[in-house]
Write a protein that binds this ligand. Structure first.
Ligand code: ADE
Length: 654
């Protein structure tokens, strides 16, 4: 026993000695990121070189260092081991004991070069653009220090018209987070000067408090009461005082103001006239269309113009009336009934709204309430933001009423129209559909998707295109008139120009594996091209169109409802979908019987064109609407208003 203990102590001692020797060894040589010049990404105060090469430094005295520069707007970084006794890009590194690599400026030949050094393994894998105070650290990434042009006063050839370049090639990180970029143009005895600086908004500048610093551009305005001709602007975007944008010249002020007023009124008048005529035309068209649809196609979908959002179709139990957040002190009087749906992030309830758009005698209006627990704030906010776009209003998109922050229950609510027929998947499980119903459901689905994707409303007003990214039959509701409306926009994306590269990069693979397009399954979607997101939606829509068609009695015996690619209760994962959809190029079966009905045959070919492996070869949703319109006018068949249950699935539509 004693010998065993002795052996253990010797072993322990050996371990300690060897461990210590390893520690001594690693402490002597730093390990640093070591990549040559390469493009870098900035996020909040930091910049990342995307370098995955780490090297053990050759000399024990070496520390980690980095160089950062911007040329013609492109940020480049270089990382390396460095002996601090030597200058780096002619900068002598003094403070390198910190674990943060804090950049210090050096203006080498207008390159806006900065260098930094730090101590600690791979501490140069990111660099800090500005030293952070403790409060800033806590509020990261919200409190950014500005990066502004800072040349103080320089003479200029700019004559205060149009847009002038500051001609300042020194970029500086402002000292405090309260500082913004400021630009001044002044003329004294015929000589013009431009001044570019950072300035704290809490203090006056040339005796004036800055009022326009929330702007992202520097729009110069004349400052009265100065001896010189004097213009000033402030702004808060990176280097925004590089471009000096001139509004009105002080001396020309009075003469031109009337002219400007007149000139600016003309487009306004034109817009008002255009809007009025658009409103009128849409109303006339809509009325005509309603008449035509009643007479000819007996109620085929009408395309609603967004400015008509007030005369929404009230045939369903509720309709949209507001899109703003309902604040805590004015929560709607809503009584929840039962759960009608469960999603990834939220539950949907049927509920009674005891005020608002009720007809005489009605005690309440039925609405749907989607309830998100506080933890799912991001999904609620995303869906709310999508709904808040008034241009989204459309017959085939779920009508949104309002959003609420129910603080007491720690819940977020979205209140929408309620559709008693429920979702399309449940509907198809219980009903077969006639040829006419297939057309109503199909064309309205395509109309909803086309409107979502479109960059304009039916009236030609500009609209941000949106992609759904989780289209499937359980995210589509069936309205009482047997048309579809899209819902569940929790994963949707607004394809506006303001999307940052990070947002785009994070938008690769989302949705439900069963309905994912091949390029989404492979995460090979072209993130730079907004059309590619729409093409992925069209693929999912094709699967839904197939589901509807598979329950159509016009093609003979109708099989039990099955979702695309297999059984209802199963949830195939991305890997197994990849095997089916990419390796084996499988698609849901289109039986030979579908070609026995001219209409269904046309629908099948549209479906096949929509689920093409090549995203570019797919039809657009708008094109699918046109195909349906052509099919409907070519194949006029008897119409039945009530869908049949499986028991009464006669083939009388054939
Ligand atoms: N399920 C999910 N949303 C719904 C709604 N708005 N109406 C009816 N059922 C739903």
């Amino acid at each position: 026993m004693e010998r065993f203990c002795l052996f253990r102590s010797v072993l322990l001692a050996c371990c300690l000695v060897s461990g210590a020797s390893v520690m001594v060894h690693t402490a002597k040589h730093s390990m640093c990121k070591s990549c040559g010049p390469q493009p870098a990404r900035s996020r909040a105060h930091y910049c990342y070189p995307d370098c995955n090469v780490s090297k053990v430094c050759p000399n024990p005295e070496d520390i980690c260092a980095a160089a950062w520069w911007r040329e013609a707007g492109i940020v480049t970084m270089e990382t390396m081991c460095h002996n601090p006794a030597r200058p780096l890009y002619s900068v002598t590194l003094k403070d390198y004991s910190s674990a943060d690599c804090l950049l210090i400026s050096k203006h080498v030949a207008g390159r806006n070069l900065r260098v930094c050094a730090c101590t600690g393994d791979d501490c140069n894998e990111r660099v800090l653009l500005a030293k952070l105070s403790i409060e800033e650290e806590m509020t990261l990434p919200f409190k950014l220090r500005k990066i502004c042009r800072f040349c103080d006063i320089e003479s200029t050839t700019c004559n205060a018209t149009g847009v002038c370049d500051s001609a300042c090639n020194i970029t500086s990180i402002c000292e405090s987070p309260n500082e913004v970029c400021v630009g001044v143009w002044r003329r004294n005895e015929g000589i013009s000067f431009v001044e570019t600086v950072c300035h704290d908004v809490a203090f006056p500048f040339y005796g004036q408090y800055l009022t326009d610093y929330n702007s992202s551009t520097c729009v110069l305005k004349p400052v009265k009461g100065m001896e010189d001709e004097f213009y000033m602007c402030s702004c808060n975007a990176e280097e925004c005082n590089d471009k000096l944008i001139f509004g009105l010249r002080a001396t020309e002020d009075k003469r031109t103001s009337l002219l400007v007023l007149l000139v600016s009124l003309v487009p306004l008048l034109v817009v008002v006239v255009l809007l009025a005529s658009c409103f009128y035309t849409c109303r006339v068209l809509r009325q005509q269309k309603l008449k035509v649809s009643k007479h000819k196609t007996k109620g085929m979908d009408s395309e609603t113009c967004a400015i008509f959002s007030n005369d929404d179709d009230h045939s369903d139990s509720s309709s949209a009336k507001a899109n703003n957040l309902n604040h805590n002190n004015e929560l709607l009087p809503i009584q929840l009934d039962s759960v009608v749906g469960k999603g990834r992030f939220a539950e949907v309830y049927r509920a009674k709204l005891k005020q608002g758009l009720m007809s005489a005698g009605e005690a309440f209006q039925t609405v749907a309430v989607k309830i998100f627990p506080y933890e799912e704030y991001a999904s609620w906010k995303n869906e709310w933001e999508i709904f808040s776009d008034s241009e989204l209003r459309h017959d085939n998109i779920l009508h949104f009423l309002t959003a609420e922050d129910r603080k007491a229950e720690r819940q977020y609510w979205l209140i929408t129209a309620y559709h008693e027929r429920g979702n399309l998947q449940d509907f198809l499980s219980k009903h077969v559909v006639s040829w006419e119903e297939l057309c109503r459901l199909g064309v309205s689905l395509a109309r909803g998707v086309a409107h979502l994707h479109s960059d304009q409303t039916a009236c030609g007003l500009a609209k941000v295109p949106i992609v759904h990214r989780d289209l499937k039959s359980s995210n589509i509701l069936v309205k009482t008139d047997l048309t579809c409306c899209l819902c569940d926009f929790g994963l949707s994306l607004r394809l506006d120009n303001a999307m940052s590269p990070d947002e785009l990069a994070n938008s690769g693979q989302v949705g439900t594996a069963r309905y994912m397009a091949p390029e989404v399954l492979e995460s090979r979607i072209d993130l730079e091209n907004i059309e590619s997101f729409k093409q992925a939606d069209v693929y999912s829509m094709a699967l839904v169109l197939w589901e509807i068609t598979s329950r159509c009695s016009a093609i003979g015996d109708v099989r039990e409802y099955e979702p695309p690619f297999g059984k209802l209760r199963e949830h195939p994962c991305v890997e197994s979908m990849k095997d089916d959809v990419i390796r084996d190029r499988l698609r849901p079966e289109i039986p030979a019987s579908w070609s026995q009905h001219t209409g269904v045959q046309f629908v099948s070919s549209a479906i096949e064109e929509c689920w093409d492996h090549d995203p570019e070869a797919r039809l657009t949703a708008h094109c699918v609407v046109e195909r349906f319109d052509d099919i409907i006018s070519a194949v006029i068949l008897p119409i039945s208003s009530e869908p049949k249950s499986p028991e009464d699935s006669g083939n009388d539509d054939k």
